[in-house]
Design a protein around this ligand. Structure first.
Ligand SMILES: Cc1cc2nc3c(=O)[nH]c(=O)nc-3n(C[C@H](O)[C@H](O)[C@H](O)COP(=O)(O)OP(=O)(O)OC[C@H]3O[C@@H](n4cnc5c(N)ncnc54)[C@H](O)[C@@H]3O)c2cc1C
Ligand code: FES
Length: 276
């Protein structure tokens, strides 16, 4: 089992990627060595009690030093409220407090022809590292790089063009990127799941992250197509450690249904397990 890193770490940089969207680079080799795609970390500002609780953020990618060793972690965040509003003001060489790696991460997949990743809103953030991992560009969490997908297609939906963040990163990692926007200002005009429906051939495995209506639409599509699908949930969390039960979601059990904590049993769930 991976041990938890809890540390106050220096910020390498904190740069704007898109409207209200920033990438913060954290110098934390211990966390960078341990964390895997689909896992997350909690972030808090040191020396402040407002907000009191940390906030969860997905691993965007790990940063390697000159010798190829993991040295830092990138997080990409959308400014929506208290913590993210303060985080965007943090300067290089100032510090933030982090704990992680947390959660289960994306499952290991068998060799596949094509994996489809489906993101809405800020739900693209867990997918950069996952693309590299699936295409064998990089190993994470101490594992060697190993290619499992011949092709990775990212279907990424935003409300409007200037909210799209990281598109060049996803392309550079080797994914074909298919954009969709509500207002037609970039890519397909309409929902990202409608863009996915047009895609030929159908991916052999789907992974989704984004707002609940998008995840539900993706779950229905996966069910109709009979394609395996995993969803990464963005349920609000207080501790991230399995202690407070603020993050539960309903899952199917032999007896009917029960609650599971998204922070320890997820955030990634097989779509078949979730009760909507
Ligand atoms: C596992 C996981 C990974 C995540 N990864 C990322 C990421 O990589 N990048 C990113 O920008 N965000 C990510 N999020 C969402 C992020 O945690 C929230 O946006 C963040 O907590 C907001 O904090 P805040 O203090 O700025 O906002 P607050 O002041 O706490 O809240 C502002 C508003 O946002 C709403 N809100 C807070 N959290 C959520 C949520 N999870 N879903 C929907 N509405 C919410 C509140 O209800 C409120 O209306 C992730 C969430 C989870 C659970
Ligand atoms: S966030 Fe506390 S139990 Fe999940």
């Amino acid at each position: 089992m991976t041990s938890l890193v809890h540390a106050t770490v220096p910020v390498g940089e904190n740069v704007r990627l898109a409207r209200d969207t920033y990438r913060i680079r954290l110098d934390c080799p211990d966390l960078a060595r341990a964390i895997r795609p689909g896992q997350f970390l909690m972030v808090r500002l040191p020396g402040s009690t407002d907000p009191l609780l940390g906030r969860p953020f997905a691993l965007y990618d790990t940063i390697l030093d000159g010798t190829g060793q993991p040295a830092g972690v990138d997080v990409v965040y959308l400014v929506v409220g208290k913590l993210t509003g303060l985080l965007k003001e943090v300067r290089a060489s100032e510090s933030v407090t982090v704990w992680g790696p947390l959660g289960n991460g994306f499952p290991d997949l068998p060799p596949l022809e094509q994996v489809g990743l489906v993101a809405g809103g800020i739900g693209q953030t867990p997918f950069l590292a996952h693309i590299r991992e699936l295409l064998g560009g990089r190993g994470y969490g101490g594992r060697p790089a190993q290619q499992t997908a011949q092709r990775v297609s990212l279907f990424y939906g935003v409300r409007t063009a200037d909210l799209a963040a990281g598109v060049d990163d996803f392309r550079a990692a080797g994914a074909d990127v298919h954009l969709a926007s509500d207002d037609g200002s970039v890519g397909f005009r309409g929902f990202v799941t409608q863009r996915l429906q047009q895609h030929v051939p159908r991916p052999a495995h789907l992974v989704g992250c984004g707002p609940e209506p998008m995840l539900k639409a993706l779950a229905e599509l996966a069910c109709e197509w009979g394609v395996p699908c995993h969803l990464s949930l963005e349920t609000p969390m207080a501790c991230g450690l399995g202690v407070c039960f603020s993050c539960v979601t309903k899952v199917r059990t032999a007896a009917g249904w029960d609650y599971r904590r998204v922070c320890v049993d997820g955030p990634v769930f097989d779509v078949q397990a979730l009760c909507w």
